[in-house]
Write a protein that binds this ligand. Structure first.
Ligand code: 4H3
Length: 251
């Protein structure tokens, strides 16, 4: 997957490329990042990248011409020789459509994407209308720039690239992959503060462990995120175990 990132602060993305799982995946080129800095497309003496909002008010907006030039350069760099398909241009903003697990699964299948990171008070509405294909949000809060949102999105996509995780399956065992929260996990010591690891996990009984984990996922989801439980989307095994959980909680 090739990503063109339009940002005034490309160095911020070393948070992804220098560390851990995302760092390895980028080094292996499972995902490649290209940076397009509007500052390099600002041709006045001071390389101005901000501009005043019409109508007044506090703060600045991103200056339109350098921003558009950077977006165009990013798109151009991503056009593939084989199919001439254009990359979608995504803008990260609090007004965007909320990103969740299912959005990540959709986006991760794309060959390429442009991610536009805003700064200041944002960008001119006409740039959104004419240059942006989709607007995404990582949550109902405001960040001082789109970079952290873009990085969150990139990191979440990377986890689903084959080879990115040590164990190929572990992204699919994470929370949300079956629409449920992950079950509790335990490591050594077997006991601390008089609190013991659930004995089933020490039993070696793989079937019992699997059932316990599904049940714990259901319980955690019912308690912490009941909005996620839609019985219709549970498989037969999960339904049976959910019924058992409910019966047990009554007795
Ligand atoms: C994304 C971007 C929140 C999110 C963002 C989110 C700065 C967008 C600027 C940047 C605009 C003003 N905040 N929730 N901030 O995903 O370009 O908001």
């Amino acid at each position: 997957m090739r990503l063109g990132v339009v940002t005034l602060f490309p160095e911020m993305f070393t948070a992804l490329s220098a560390w851990g799982v995302s760092g390895r995946a980028i080094k292996q080129e499972l995902v490649t990042l290209g940076f397009f800095n509007p500052r390099e497309f600002a041709f006045d003496k001071h390389h101005t990248v901000d501009d005043k909002p019409f109508g007044g008010g506090p703060g600045m907006l991103m200056k339109t011409e350098p921003l558009i030039a950077a977006i165009h350069a990013a798109k151009k760099s991503l056009i593939s020789d084989s199919d001439n398909k254009k990359a979608k241009v995504a803008y990260l903003s609090p007004q965007g459509k909320p990103i969740d697990h299912s959005v990540i699964m959709e986006l991760v299948d794309r060959d390429s994407m442009v991610l536009v990171c805003g700064r200041y008070q944002g960008i001119d509405e006409r740039v959104i209308e004419h240059e942006i294909d989709e607007e995404w949000s990582i949550g109902s809060f405001v960040l001082s720039g789109g970079e952290l949102a873009a990085m969150a999105l990139i990191d979440a996509m990377i986890r689903f690239k084959p080879g990115a995780l040590g164990d190929d399956d572990s992204a699919n065992q994470d929370s949300y992959s079956n629409g449920l929260l992950h079950c509790p996990e335990y490591t050594r010591p077997q006991e601390f503060n008089e609190s013991k690891v659930p004995s089933v996990l020490l039993s070696g009984d793989h079937k019992a462990i699997k059932n316990w984990r599904i049940k714990q996922s259901l319980i955690a989801t019912l308690r912490k995120r009941p909005d996620l439980i839609d019985e219709k989307n549970l498989n037969q095994e999960e339904k049976t175990l959910l019924k058992e959980c409910i019966d047990e909680s009554r007795s």
